[in-house]
Design a protein around this ligand. Sequence first.
Ligand SMILES: Cc1cc2nc3c(=O)[nH]c(=O)nc-3n(C[C@H](O)[C@H](O)[C@H](O)COP(=O)(O)OP(=O)(O)OC[C@H]3O[C@@H](n4cnc5c(N)ncnc54)[C@H](O)[C@@H]3O)c2cc1C
Length: 140
Amino acid sequence: MISSADTILEYPMVDKDPVARWTVGRVTLAGDAAHPMYPRGSNGAVQALIDVRTLADQLASSADPVAALKAYESARLEPAARVVRTNREHPPDFINIRVEELTGDRPFANLDDFITQDELRALSESYKRAAGFAIAAVAR
Ligand SMILES: Cc1cc2nc3c(=O)[nH]c(=O)nc-3n(C[C@H](O)[C@H](O)[C@H](O)COP(=O)(O)OP(=O)(O)OC[C@H]3O[C@@H](n4cnc5c(N)ncnc54)[C@H](O)[C@@H]3O)c2cc1C
């Protein structure tokens, strides 16, 4: 099992504790500037894209840009912080880690002898839900 201590030691430059706010007046943060995270499973770039889509939506739908920046922060700060924390304990390649454990990191002929397709799918879906890119979350 990977621990947060292992992760922080391994990637001291890219994983930072979530901060309490991103917006000050007419300035806000997005992407890595707002929430640098453990880089796995395309989460860094995807979270930056979700940020800018949310920010663009807020700016387009509000006559007050300062209020739009605050609304963007309210929508995105906690979900992004949750991904930072999740990546420390259950990273998206947790599947690889689990398979390595189950197989004893030895060659195998058939993965189904160790874990079912349903279990693999459940592990993957659980991370997608936490990261905000499950199909249900992005479809619109
Ligand atoms: C080793 C590593 C592997 C990664 N692997 C993946 C991966 O597989 N998948 C994934 O999705 N993400 C990965 N990431 C994370 C991903 O690269 C970032 O999350 C993503 O690039 C963040 O985008 P951004 O636009 O916020 O920041 P950046 O991509 O860092 O863009 C910021 C830009 O601002 C510029 N800039 C900085 N200061 C100034 C200034 N004063 N004036 C003008 N310009 C400035 C920089 O030059 C840069 O071009 C990885 C990161 C690392 C470090």
